[in-house]
Design a protein around this ligand. Structure first.
Ligand SMILES: *[C@@H]1O[C@H](CO)[C@@H](O)[C@H](O)[C@H]1NC(C)=O
Ligand SMILES: *[C@@H]1O[C@H](CO)[C@@H](O)[C@H](O)[C@H]1NC(C)=O
Length: 299
């Protein structure tokens, strides 16, 4: 019971942190649309690859080509999408914005992005011999999620686990302490899913020698993508685990108090949310009542 009370408050905070992390888990992060920057997409997204001819002349009657290496992504000829020349892998998935062509805007719409779509695209206006390049990055990875996965009684520390999915190519995982120093962790585990994307996970043991804020950074340098998550480990998790007198040496055991703490904090979080909902509802009702009373008075 003692442990429960001890872990109740920090547990609530940790629980809230987890809830926040979970609600932010891998929503599509839209990146800025600047032709110098790569366009970043997830598998299944629809994207626009920008291409603006300057000065903005009317190119609707010109011959326009979009290619990725030697594949024709789209060919525009005599004022129409010349579908016969399009590579089969792009059929039904690419189009221009016909109304924009008169402003020199040759941006390409690519739907239902596939992993194999990644690469450098070339936009070419044949008559003007003008070209532009756009890089498409697919599978930039999701924000990692950190969890407390166990306790290392021998070292009096806790084991943190970090997991991140949706990457291609395979990323690397780093753990950092509050001052930004690298922590030594074992080799990460990498799993390739049926969608060809990688999920990485890594564990690290932290103890009271460390400041109790930790960062898990997942990065893929080839595609210039970095995702991070932070966790604050409540002090008493690190302190209460310092005695190793019970003979369990150097073993990682699951931490019941943490789980109990999380369960309790989840319950508390739900109660807080319900209280908020009730409060807002009551405010609205009061307002509505007041409004109808005002109305009645006016009449
Ligand atoms: C070109 O057209 C597309 C589609 O309407 C639009 O999203 C984009 O902003 C336009 N680009 C410029 C430079 O106006
Ligand atoms: C913990 O952080 C504080 C402030 O950032 C710093 O002064 C202190 O040296 C750190 N302690 C350790 C053990 O890294």
């Amino acid at each position: 019971m003692d442990g429960l009370v001890l872990h109740f408050l920090p547990g609530t905070i940790t629980g809230l942190v987890f809830c926040l992390l979970l609600t932010h888990y891998c929503k599509g992060q839209s990146e800025s649309v600047d032709s110098l920057q790569p366009i970043v997409a997830r598998v299944g997204d629809d994207v626009v690859l920008p291409c603006q001819i300057k000065p903005s002349v009317d190119v609707s009657a010109a011959t326009l080509e979009w290619k990725r290496s030697n594949l024709f992504v789209l060919v525009w000829r005599t004022g129409a999408d010349f579908k016969r020349q399009k590579d089969p892998s792009y059929r039904g998935r690419t189009s221009l914005f016909p109304d924009e062509l008169k402003h020199g805007n040759v941006s390409l719409k690519l739907s239902d992005v596939k992993l194999s779509d990644k690469g450098t695209y070339r936009c070419y206006v044949v008559e003007k011999n003008r070209e532009m390049f756009v890089e498409l990055v697919v599978a930039p990875g999701c924000s990692p999620v950190i969890s407390l996965s166990g306790m290392d009684r021998d070292r009096g520390g806790v084991v943190l686990q970090c997991e991140s999915r949706g990457w291609y190519p395979e990323p690397e995982v780093l753990w950092l302490d509050a001052e930004g120093h690298l922590l030594s962790a074992g080799p990460p585990e990498t799993v390739r899913g049926p969608d060809d994307l990688y999920t990485v996970s890594s564990r690290v043991t932290v103890d009271k020698r460390h400041n109790n804020s930790f960062t898990c950074r997942v990065q893929q340098n080839n595609i210039h993508q970095t995702r991070e998550a932070h966790i604050h480990v409540p002090d008493d998790f690190l302190l209460s685990s310092s005695s190793s007198a019970d003979g369990i040496m150097g073993r990682t055991v699951p931490v019941l108090p943490i789980i109990t703490g999380l369960a309790v904090s989840l319950a508390v979080s739900i109660m807080v949310i319900l209280a908020c909902v009730f409060f807002v509802w009551r405010q609205n009702r009061t307002k509505t009542k007041k409004r109808s009373r005002d109305k009645a008075e006016k009449e």
